[in-house]
Design a protein around this ligand. Structure first.
Ligand code: AP5
Length: 211
């Protein structure tokens, strides 16, 4: 089972991913988390990705397709995976389809978390994330400890106002067309209202997948 989690920056993909993964019994892959780990570790991948990410631009498709190909060939993802923010351009969707074709699988559904820009700006202005496990929090000060692993909570560079504006613009120009591409392929696309309690949003997403 391969499920694509889709939506604007701050829509709640990273919040929903572990909850949906636990309910569905599959692991997650989040390219944003992979790239931030590469930056922290100072790898060549991290060095290449950093300037794009700090500005809120997309990292080149070739880099993302390398991550997708590697991840989907790992045994831990053989029974399925939840892709969190992994597909953000039509070439990435096409590249993922080529990899899944080779592996004899396919994307089963796309869950698009729907939310307006004002709510996004409110959420991201108040977000901190755990430096180590990347869990997002609202209303928790930088420097305090993560509930899950005790890691330090930090502000993301791309949560500054200019970078947020750029990310929303990039989403409209480069990422939103991916939904239509999936519809044209006949893939099930569910638009989920992402406003409400975290539990309600999870229930909506699981309800859609079960329908
Ligand atoms: P990435 O880390 O994936 O960032 P993003 O897509 O911009 O998404 P976010 O992590 O900002 O938001 P989210 O939807 O996960 O929301 P969250 O759950 O945190 O990517 C970062 C960068 O990496 C990209 O800009 C790009 O440069 C690069 N990159 C990554 N993948 C790429 C790809 N495939 N191609 C090219 N480049 C790529 O929630 C946000 C806040 O809201 C949190 O504070 C949370 O606590 C809160 N919240 C969540 N749900 C609710 C709720 N129901 N009610 C109230 N508050 C809520």
């Amino acid at each position: 089972m391969i499920i694509v989690l889709f939506g604007k920056p701050g829509a709640g993909k990273g919040t929903q991913a572990p909850l949906l993964a636990a309910a569905l019994g599959v692991p997650t892959l989040a390219t944003g988390d992979e790239l931030r780990a590469a930056i922290r570790n100072g790898t060549p991948l991290g060095l290449e990705a950093k300037s794009y990410m700090d500005r809120g631009d997309l990292v080149p498709d070739s880099v993302i397709l390398g991550i997708i190909k590697q991840a989907l060939s790992e045994p831990r993802n053989a029974a399925g995976v939840l892709l969190d923010g992994v597909v953000r351009t039509v070439p990435q969707a096409e590249g993922l389809a080529a990899v899944t074709d080779e592996l004899g699988t396919k994307v089963d559904a796309v869950l698009c978390f729907d939310i307006d820009d004002d709510e996004i700006v409110r959420r991201l202005a108040d977000r901190t994330v755990c430096e180590t496990c990347q869990t997002p929090y609202t209303g928790r000060a930088p420097g305090t400890a993560c509930d899950k692993d005790g890691g330090t909570l930090v502000r993301r560079k791309d949560d500054e106002p200019d970078a947020i504006r750029n990310r929303l613009d990039v989403y409209q120009r480069q990422t939103a067309p991916v939904l239509q591409w999936y519809r044209e392929q006949g893939t099930r696309v569910f638009v989920i209202d992402a406003v409400g309690s975290v539990q309600d949003v999870t229930a909506r997403a699981l309800g859609a997948l079960a329908s």
